[in-house]
Every structure is written in C-alpha cells, then in structure tokens.
Design a binder for this molecule. Structure first.
Ligand SMILES: [Zn+2]
Length: 348
C-alpha cells in the first residue's frame, strides 16, 4: 500500500524516489521458530514513471529466474524514471526444499488470490499481491519447465491486449504463446488488479541454463527501455517472434525406452516422427508423431516413458513459417558472451 508523498510502502518500509532499498516481507515462521521472509529489492528513479515487478521462483525449484534477478541487481541498473521491484524468490519455502510446492504441498501458482486467513500458500499469495503486485502497472513472472522438462525461451501472455502484446514482442524471444489464464495463477490475479503481465518460461527446474538466463536478462531490460524506465536502447537482434495461439503435449503411445528424433526448437510438420519408443531388447514398439504442424517448445528429458506420459510440448501457429528455426539460431548467436549483457557482478 502506498502512503506518504511519492513513497512506496512495502512491509512497513517507505522507499522514496531516487532510493534503492532491500526489504524483507515477513510471511509465516518456520516451526523451528525462525522467520523466512520474502526478500525484495526496490530501485526507484528520481522521476515518476511506471512501476514494474519482476518475480522468480513462484515455483521453488525454478532457478533460472533467481539468477536473472541476481544479475539485474548486480548490474546496478540506473532508472531514469519509475520503479523496479525485484523479487528473486516468492516461494522461499519451496526454494529451501528445492521443491515446486509449498510445505503444505500446494502449488502457489494455483493459490492466487489467496487470503490472509487461508492456507500457507493462500497467505503467501495474498501477501505477494498486497505488498508487491498492487503497486505495479506491469509485471514479469519468471518460470522454467518442471523437473526433467526443458522449455524453449518463450513468453506467455494475453496477446489480445495490445500493450501486453507489444511488451511481449520487445522481450526478444522466438516464441510468444497467447495463453489462456489459468485459474489461481499469479498472472490471472495480477490481470484482475489491472497489472499487465508477461510470463517468461525458459530452461528446466533445478538447473541454470545460460542462454535462458541471458535471454531473460535482456528481455527484462528491453521491457524497461520501452517503458521509458531506462535510457538503454532496446536490443532485440534479428529475432522476429512468432505467435502461437495454442499448444498441446504429445503423449507416449507405448511404454518403453525413448529415442528422441526431434529436439527443443525444432519445427515439425504433421506426421513427423518425434521419437521412437523401444523395448529394452531393441524392438521399436511405437513411434510418436506430430499431430499438426508446429514447433517444439517443451520436452521431457527422461528417456523412459509410460504410456500416456507427456513427451513433447508443441506450439501451433496459424500459419507455419519456415523462418522459425533460423530465428532460434539468431537468438542464440545474439546472446553470445560479447553481447554486452551482465555476467555476475558486471555493471552495465
Ligand atoms: Zn513455474
């Protein structure tokens, strides 16, 4: 809640224009009688402007976003106007346990808007909305694939909203997925509060993926540039993103050992064999085929499947385009170590 002239109040602490502050938001204590607060880093420009939050680890085992936020803090980004609220770990309990969930086994991203008297997940959701999201017109929520699943760098957002769509485009990743809001997600709750929000998905749980991290840092910086918060120029390289209107998981048609023939970022046409499923003795039991033309945006990494297991996440485009694979290569080249993005401790 805001109070006082031009100040932003988080957990009882005021942050004034031109100030940076580290704040801890108390949530519930551990039963070991120790507080586990949500750490927040606030950076304010001297002039008034947009308020943007960047959150990570809503799922506690999704670590790329923690590193993206860490590099943004380390880069000592200077705001010409507006406010940047960085939250490296929303689900601190999950991070401690290296788990997607909260200790009550609830998924925080299905527990929004939550309530002050609800479950632990509901309380964290309520506090996060009240202390962070409510201050912001814009938000970027950083995620990765689930455990043993990798995601191609992608933005999921309500692309029907013109301004959200423009921000998604400037983020600079090859695929934009126009996705419906999931019940109980941070994104849904934020949109209901009038906050425009991008969900960045890249890499896999419990791992750092350098390309995903660098694409995320650059994306956040690009969004800040177009919002006029920094004077840094937008760097999108040659990437012209492709918009997918839907996506679906292709599932295992048999149980066995997987030989993948297609990989993350591959463009596929209907009928392409994505993988062979074989027996331990070498027989091919079945092949998994692409049901439609699309691009592989997510992939299961364990080479063992039971019938029905999700194997390939394919995004479908209204008009398939040959240039998509080229775009992914361009993005990877753009993010080479010479691209001027901060590594740890480097300033920009
Ligand atoms: Zn997630």
């Amino acid at each position: 809640m805001s109070s006082g002239k031009d100040s932003i109040e988080i957990a009882g602490q005021h942050v004034y224009p031109g100030e940076s502050k580290r704040i801890e938001i108390p949530v519930a204590r551990l039963y070991t009688d120790i507080d586990v607060p949500i750490p927040v880093h606030v950076i304010r420009g001297k002039k008034p402007g947009p308020h943007l939050f960047v959150s990570a680890a809503v799922h506690g085992d999704e670590l790329n976003g923690i590193e993206i936020v860490r590099r943004l803090i380390q880069s000592k980004v200077k705001l010409s106007k507006g406010t940047l609220i960085l939250v490296p770990m929303v689900n601190v309990y999950g991070v401690l346990n290296q788990s997607r969930y909260l200790p009550d086994r609830r998924d925080l991203n299905r527990s929004f808007p939550g309530s002050a008297k609800g479950s632990l997940a509901g309380r964290v959701a309520d506090i996060f909305l009240d202390q962070i999201v409510r201050h912001c017109q814009y938000g970027i929520d950083l995620h990765t694939g689930a455990i043993h699943r990798s995601n191609l760098p992608q933005i999921r957002a309500n692309l029907k909203d013109e301004e959200t769509s423009a921000l998604a485009e400037v983020f600079g990743v090859p695929v934009l997925l126009n996705s419906d809001l999931r019940d109980g997600s941070l994104r849904q709750a934020a949109v209901e509060l009038g906050t425009r929000i991008l969900l960045y998905e890249a890499g896999q749980a419990l791992r750092f993926d350098e390309i995903s991290i660098r694409a995320g840092v650059r994306g956040v910086m690009n969004v800040m540039s177009v919002l006029g918060m920094t004077r840094r120029r937008v760097r999108v390289g040659q990437v012209q993103p492709y918009v997918a209107n839907n996506s679906a998981w292709v599932r295992a048609t048999a149980s066995g050992i997987v030989r993948s023939l297609k990989h993350l970022g591959d463009q596929v046409v209907k009928g392409d064999v994505l993988a062979e499923i074989g027996s331990p003795f070498g027989d091919v039991l079945d092949t998994v085929k692409a049901p439609r033309d699309g691009i592989i945006i997510g992939k299961q990494n364990i080479p063992l499947v039971q019938e029905g297991d999700a194997m390939f996440h394919v995004a479908y485009f209204s008009e398939p385009d040959e240039a998509i694979v080229e775009n992914i290569e361009t993005m990877t080249e753009d993010l080479s170590p010479e691209d001027g993005l901060p590594y740890s401790g480097e300033t920009v």
